[in-house]
Design a protein around this ligand. Sequence first.
Ligand code: ZN
Ligand code: ZN
Length: 405
Amino acid sequence: MASVGTNPRMASKILTKAELKAEVSKQLEQQRKKLIELSLKIHANPELAFKEEKASKWLTSYLAKGGFQVESGIGGLPTAFKASYGINKPVIALIAEYDALPEIGHACGHNIIGASAVGAALASRCIVGNCGGSVVVFGTPAEELFGGKVLMLEAGVFDGVDAAMMVHPGIRNAATTEALACIGLEVQYFGKAVHAAAYPERGINALEAMILAFNALNSLRQHIKDRARIHGVITNGGEAANVVPAYSAATFLVRATDNTYLEELKQKVLKCFEGASVATGARLDYRWGETVYAPMKNNMVMAKLFAQNLESLGRKVEHFESRFGFGSTDMGNVSQVVPAIHPSVAIVSPDVLLHSSDFVLAAASESGHEGLLDAAKALAMTVVDLLGEPQALTRVKGEFSGQSS
Ligand SMILES: [Zn+2]
Ligand SMILES: [Zn+2]
């Protein structure tokens, strides 16, 4: 007779790790049709940052039907959610993204991220039943534009989580990702408008100030650390050729491999803008972005477990040291407070670029569907590793606490 509080599945049969991995794979094959439908539905209804109402509803109803306890609108964000299975420690978080890009749609394949997270979550129920602990899915909106996870972190949503993971579709199978620290910068110059031919000596040229700042940044760029990035566009450069521009504006992104260098680089970038202000007499006004994307701190214990699981599905995983294109993600911020990974599964050939129309097609293609299934399987199998073997999580946490950001 089972005593009160004993999990009935635990009492009936305890599966080995290998048996559990086979079981989660089998369960994901059973979910295949439904997960593909869900992914295609999100893909066909692209929703922008903080407006992901349909995607959020579809994903939460899938989880609720699977017995997950759903809380919508967490962290003060209406399209964010938390769905839990189990109430005990340790807590493994699976991260869902589901926002699209303006105009182009699901060119980052977040439909696959959302569907793979909920698929892995449902398959993980048997792991919780066998090993204890709990599995939580966090629905994280606005990854592309506003960094929803940063706001959720500030609201304390990730408190108590022991490890977090998600899979992004891409051009490679990789267990780690390199994401840079990143901050936005809005710049404005204010000059004085006069007739450009009649009284040029009485004008102050705000556009020249901006051009000078761009040139100063180009000079600076030769002497910044490898893999740091400074890039921007002029959003206002004047109105008419015969009027000295009294106003100019630009928007920039500044990126670095770590937060310390990002701070240093910010000061150098600012000096370029200030110098152009001194040279031209145009007044500078600037505002740094409120959201700072942190660099990704890959937990290598988790990454190696994930890599083994993905390889067991027949995918060749790229070497950890290989360097390739990188951007920034709000998962970097999560990885600074919780041991985390942000691996990728290949759904297209390397010549297709993320955020392109070809990637939109790939995110709804057969190889996209295979990526979705393999991502979900590898995630669930890694949950087996983390909940099925207490030492694994101890090693994950040991690495995390010994790591500097
Ligand atoms: Zn993207
Ligand atoms: Zn993305």
